[in-house]
Design a protein around this ligand. Sequence first.
Ligand code: F6R
Length: 608
Amino acid sequence: MCGIVGYVGKQKVLPILINGLKRMEYRGYDSAGVAVIAKNKLWVKKRKGKIRDLEMDLNEEGISSTIGLGHTRWATHGAPSQLNAHPHVDCQKKIAVVHNGIIENYVQLKSRLQSEGHHFNSETDSEILAHLIEMFYKGDMGFAIREALQLIEGTFGVLVISTHEPEKIFGARRGSPMVVGIGEGETLIASDGAALVEHTRNVIHLEDDEMAIADAQGIQVKTLQDKKVIKAVEKISYDLSRIQKGGYDHFMLKEIFEQPETIHDSMRGRLLLEAGNAKLGGLEGCLDRLRHSYRLIITACGTSWHAGLIGEYLIEKLAQIPVEVEYASEFRYRNPVITRVDTVLAITQSGETADTLAAVREARQKGALALGMCNVVGSTIARETDAGVYLHAGPEIGVASTKAFTSQVITLALIALVLGRMGTLSSEDGQTLSQELSLLPEKIRSILKQKDLIKSIAEKIIPHQNALYLGRGFNYPVALEGALKMKEISYIHAEGYPAAEMKHGPIALIDENMPVIFIAVKDPVYDKVVNNIEEVKARGGWVIAIVSEGDEEISRLCDHTIPIPHTLQPLSPILTVIPLQLLAYYTAVMKGCNVDQPRNLAKSVTVE
Ligand code: F6R
C-alpha cells in the first residue's frame, strides 16, 4: 500500500528519494516524508499531502546528505496527518524508520514500551518499530532490528537508518514487497522496482524474514535469525519509458491506449496460429495435472476477480473443466474444501495483494496445485506459486486497472485454448480462435479512435449520481468492471448486474435520471439483451449501449450507441471493456477528479 525507498551512495540523497517516491506515489498518496543523516544527525521532514508538496518544502532547506529513506503513505492506523506520516523516530531521535504493512499486536507492544518510558508522537502502529529498535540497541543495529522484528505479528516492509551506524541502511520484509537495487557505489532499497530503475537494473528480491544491510560498497543479506543468505541478482526487464506518461495527460489514459500493444505482448511467442493452439512455457510442467484437476478455483480481488469470471466462462466453454471463482478475501476465511486434485489459480496484477497471497498459501497448505497469473515479475505471488504465467503488460501505474485486465483476459483465453486442445476442442476451432485473438489489437485501435464520441457521451453522465451497467453471458463481468471503473475514479455510484437480473429488483431504480449502460453486441444473447433495453426504455430510462458495428436497429432504440467491431463471443470482453474504460476516464476527468490517484485508494493492497 505504502511506498518506501532508501538510498546510500555517493550522490545527494534528497532528489533521489523524492524521485523514487514519485515513481511509487500510486501505492499511497495521503502524506509523505523523508529522513536523512547529515553531519551525524538525523534530519526528518514530513507532511500531509502529495510528494510534490513535500518536495517544495525540501527545496527551501538545502540539506546535503548521501544516505536516507522516504515514505509515501496510504493510511491504515491514524488519519493522514503530519504526525502520522513516516518516517518515525525513537525517543532520542537517533533511529528513523519507514514501514509498509500492518503490525497486528501494536497495542500490546505500545503499552509495554510506554510502561518502559517511551514517548509516542503518532497514532500509527509503525512508530513502535523505532522505539522497539531503540529498546534493543546495545551497540549493534542489525541485532536490535532483528530482535524488534521478531516481536512483530503482522506484515512489514521496513527500512531503518540510524546515527549509531550512519553509513548503513537496513531493510527487511515479511509479507510486503522489498527489492534491492545494486548500483556502482550505491544501493537502493524500495517496495517497487520503479523507484530504482533509473539507477540500476540489477536487483535482488528479499524473501520473507530476510534483512538486507547496505552501504555504499554493497549489500549483505541475512535471515532474521542472523544466517547469511546468498541471493541471485536479477535484471529489471522494462525501461524507463514504461513508467513515464509519454505525452498523455494521465497514466490511466496512456495505459488504455497501450492496450493494442500490451495484449499483443501477452500473446507474443505464445499463440500458435497454424496449430490452432498456444504455448505457455510457465505452465508446461503442470498442464496435465491442471487438465485433469477435479476443478479449477480462480481466486482474485477487484478487477482481477472480474477477469477471473470471464476466465470461468472461457475455460468451461472451451475446455469443459469445472471452474469456480472466489473472492480471495472470502476464500481464505471460510476454510474452503480443497483437495490435492484441485488447482487454484490466483490472478493478480501486482502479485502482492494480501488477500490473494493468503488464498495461495491456503491452497498450497491443503495440497492443491497453486498457479499464479501476475504482471509484476518477481512479485511475491509469482514466487510463491508452483507455476504460473506472466501478463507481460508492462508496469501499470494508474490506480484503476485497465491494461492488466485485458491482458488477464487474453492470458485466460490462451489457457482455455491450451486446455481445450488437450481435450475436445478441434484444431479448426482452435485455429478460428487463435486467428481471432491475433486480430484483436487492430480492433482495439479502431475503438480507441472513437474517443471523441465517448467523451461527448461522458459529458452527459457528469450531472448524474448513479449509473447501472448491464450485460449478459461473457459480458456480465464486463458490466461489473465498467461499473467499478466508473465508481472508483469518478465517484459516481455505479452498479453492474447481469441484464436479466434487472427485473428482480434494480428495475425499481429506472427513471429519466438513471443512465443505463448496456453491453448489447451481436452474440447469442443479443435478442435477450434487446428485450432488457426495451424494458428500460419503457420506464423512461436513459440508455447508452456498446453495440456491434452496423447494427442500425439497436441505434434507433438507444439514446447513445458506441459501435465496436465484431469478434467471437468468448473474446468480446476484450473489446467491450475498452469504451467503458474511456467512458469512466472522461467522466472523471471532466468532473475534475484525480484519475491516477482516486481518493482513498492505492494500487497495491498489501493489507487485509
Ligand atoms: C480496480 C483495481 C483493483 C485491483 C485489486 C486487485 O481498478 O485495480 O480492484 O484489481 O485491488 O489487485 P491485484 O490485481 O494487484 O491483485
